[in-house]
Write a protein that binds this ligand. Structure first.
Ligand code: ZN
Length: 405
């Protein structure tokens, strides 16, 4: 199935029933059923399916996928997971990493994902091993998945101790990472780390994606500092801040002030409710805080908020099915998003965070979409059914295609 295909009787996420014609990888026509002027040599009946623009996973760690049974994290928190990983890092081979990451990519593809931004540990002890392995996976899977590899630079990146890691960052850029990233909230000088990573991204002409404010401390201010620097210096660059959970511990006035700056700076925010709820507030029995970025207030200020899974069955998150609909369901429960808001956060908003561009089911857009067997959008999120029809570049992706090298 290649050039021109007519997908009939599909229910869009707004409830309307349409036919969709694709031609050479793009959406050529959308309109009432039975009225397509496009001559199509293939037909796929989507009666009984909900059709969304394809899912984008904006924040994965494919190098850690499926390590849950090999690494223990008795503390259950972020630092416990990091310590556990460091203890076994030397036992992870290239082949092992490629196999697990590929398995995760295939799982996400079956669930309707056609694009993934994965972070790759870039550390003194591991060097560029994760970067090399994930660039290989990116190449192997390019015919059915658009993968970006973001360096996740170990901290500190500031001060004398940061020099070695800054050299490592230059090496990662030279071998072809797609995105610059790091963890300012773990650096002894968070503000200095934000400024270093931003300048690195600008110099390399690569998007920036920070692990920002991944804690519940009200004095954590990575996101606000990034926005302040961007506005002060008149920076125009593709930037995303992931996590941003500490923002939810601030007063409403603080949140609104910071959200307005983030909107002005053009920074997208990626909420990661599953891993944040798993790792944060361990041991807090009374009134535990809900560890999720304040999605609604950010959106009210005009910030594009995406949502992703973060970790997949590793010590940072023991569960997860590699399914954005699982995240959408969690957004409805824990962040009180509507079904429509939730599906936008895992599709078009995630596309904006990863690619810097909006995506939609519209003529001229790439023919990347997912059909979910369900009677309506709410039910599709509630049930998260298997047997989805996944279209990438106008081609229906099946396991034969996924397994093709
Ligand atoms: Zn992460």
């Amino acid at each position: 199935m290649t050039s021109s295909t007519l997908f009939t009787n599909a229910q869009l996420i707004d409830g309307s029933i349409v036919d969709v014609a694709t031609d050479h990888g793009t959406i050529a026509w959308i309109g009432p059923t039975g009225s397509s002027p496009v001559v199509s040599n293939q037909k796929v009946n989507l009666n009984g399916y909900v059709l969304s623009s394809s899912f984008v996973e904006p924040h994965a760690h494919l190098d850690k996928a499926f390590l849950a049974d090999r690494i223990s994290n008795p503390a259950g928190d972020l630092m416990g997971a990091i310590r556990g990983l460091e203890q076994v890092r030397g036992t992870i081979t290239h082949e092992d990493l490629v196999e697990r990451a590929t398995r995760a990519v295939n799982l996400m593809s079956q669930n309707g994902v056609t694009s993934i931004r994965t972070h790759a540990d870039t550390t003194i002890s591991g060097g560029l091993s994760s970067v090399h392995a994930l660039l290989e996976v990116k190449k192997n899977c390019a015919h059915f998945m658009d993968i970006q590899v973001a360096m996740l630079l170990e901290w500190p990146v500031t001060g004398t101790a940061g020099k070695e890691r800054q050299a490592l960052a230059r090496d990662a850029i030279s071998v072809g990472v797609d995105v610059i990233g790091g963890c300012p909230h773990l650096d002894p000088d968070p503000r200095g780390a934000v400024e270093y990573l931003l300048s690195l991204a600008i110099d390399a002409q690569l998007p920036l994606d920070l692990h920002a404010d991944e804690n519940m401390r009200s004095d954590s201010s990575d996101l606000e500092h990034l926005a302040d620097v961007v506005i002060r210096d008149g920076v125009s660059h593709q930037m995303n801040a992931s996590h941003c959970v500490s923002l939810s511990t601030r007063s409403e006035n603080d949140i609104d002030r910071i959200a307005a700056k983030v909107a002005t700076a053009g920074i997208t925010v990626t909420a990661l409710p599953q891993t944040n709820l798993f790792l944060q507030e361990r041991g807090v029995s009374t009134n535990p805080a809900r560890a999720i970025a304040p999605i609604h207030r950010l959106q009210q200020a005009g910030v594009v908020v995406a949502a992703g899974a973060d970790n997949l069955q590793d010590p940072f998150n023991l569960v997860g099915r590699g399914d954005p609909l699982e995240i959408a369901s969690l957004l409805m429960i824990s962040a009180h998003s509507t079904a429509y808001q939730a599906i936008q956060m895992i599709s078009s908003n995630s596309h904006k965070a990863v690619h810097g561009l909006n995506s939609s089911m519209a003529v001229g857009e790439p023919a990347n979409f997912t059909a979910i067997p369900a009677t309506n959008l709410r039910e599709s999120i509630a049930m998260g059914p298997p047997d989805r029809i996944v279209v990438y570049g106008g081609v229906v992706i099946d396991n034969q295609i996924r397994n093709r090298k």
